[in-house]
Design a binder for this molecule. Structure first.
Ligand code: 13P
Length: 247
């Protein structure tokens, strides 16, 4: 099973549902539809309406983050996994570099993952090195730390997806070369297999994926799908990514 996940970040108003409608109609006719899953993470403001609208359709909805506590608390503007689950969302992204930059530490992220799983949300956990870490050959040690400090054996691996998103690639048009990416995703799966003592959860790639470069990733079979930012805001680009992947 492959994943095509669209992270809308700070984008979208209620009428933006038209974008998803087009993706949904494409998917419902696509001969490859049973080979992949489409998940979209709109902003909190659209979670409820989108999750309701797509409840019996084939697009799944997730949040882009959640608070580090379980249910209710006195934290202004915070949204808990319990609240997200109750809106009908099935997934949550956690650990996106945007949120790490705003203060999400490994300890906070561990709590977020724990409470998200407790509330039956599936977690898409993002990891990735920045430009200087890459330059200084720190990529593997950074990834290892981001995995080991946040994920633990007791977590249900069937409800976890890991998204490898090198920070230097997000929104820049730069993508890793296939050889590096093969090595890095192999390494991530090795660490995950150690943590979970069995098979690794799915590992996705994210960072400047678009309809023109998706073919490059097809040769790396162990990549289980993509986390797509900019190109997920256009139904045409998102559909073309899927079409070109299966071409
Ligand atoms: P871009 O696809 O715009 O590079 O964003 C990737 C991303 O951050 C998805 O979470």
């Amino acid at each position: 099973m492959k994943y095509f996940i669209g992270n809308w970040k700070m984008f979208g108003v209620p009428t933006s549902i038209n974008i998803l409608n087009k993706i949904n109609s494409f998917r419902s006719k696509d001969k490859n539809r049973n080979n992949y899953r489409v998940i979209i993470t709109p902003p909190y403001t659209l979670l409820e309406s989108f999750a309701k609208y797509f409840r019996n359709k084939k697009i799944m909805i997730g949040s882009q983050n959640c608070y580090q506590k379980d249910k209710f608390s006195s934290n202004t503007a915070a949204v808990s996994p319990y609240m997200i689950k109750n809106l009908g969302a099935k997934y949550t992204l956690l650990g996106h570099s945007d949120n790490r930059a705003e203060g999400d530490t490994d300890l906070i992220l561990k709590n977020k993952v724990k409470f998200a799983l407790k509330n039956n949300l599936k977690v898409i956990y993002c990891i990735g090195e920045n430009k200087s870490q890459k330059k200084n050959n720190k990529t593997f040690s950074i990834l290892k730390m981001q995995l080991n400090k946040v994920l633990e054996k007791g977590f249900n691996k069937n409800n976890i997806i890991v998204a490898y998103e090198p920070i230097w690639s997000i929104g820049t048009g730069k993508i890793p070369n296939p050889k590096d990416l093969l090595m890095t995703t192999t390494y991530i799966k090795k660490i995950l297999t150690k943590i979970f003592r069995k098979n690794s959860p799915a590992v996705l790639y994210g960072g400047s994926v678009d309809e023109n470069n998706v073919g490059v990733f097809r040769q790396i079979k162990q990549i289980d799908g993509f986390l797509i930012g900019g190109a997920s805001k256009s139904s045409k680009k998102f559909i073309d990514i899927i079409k070109n992947y299966y071409r």
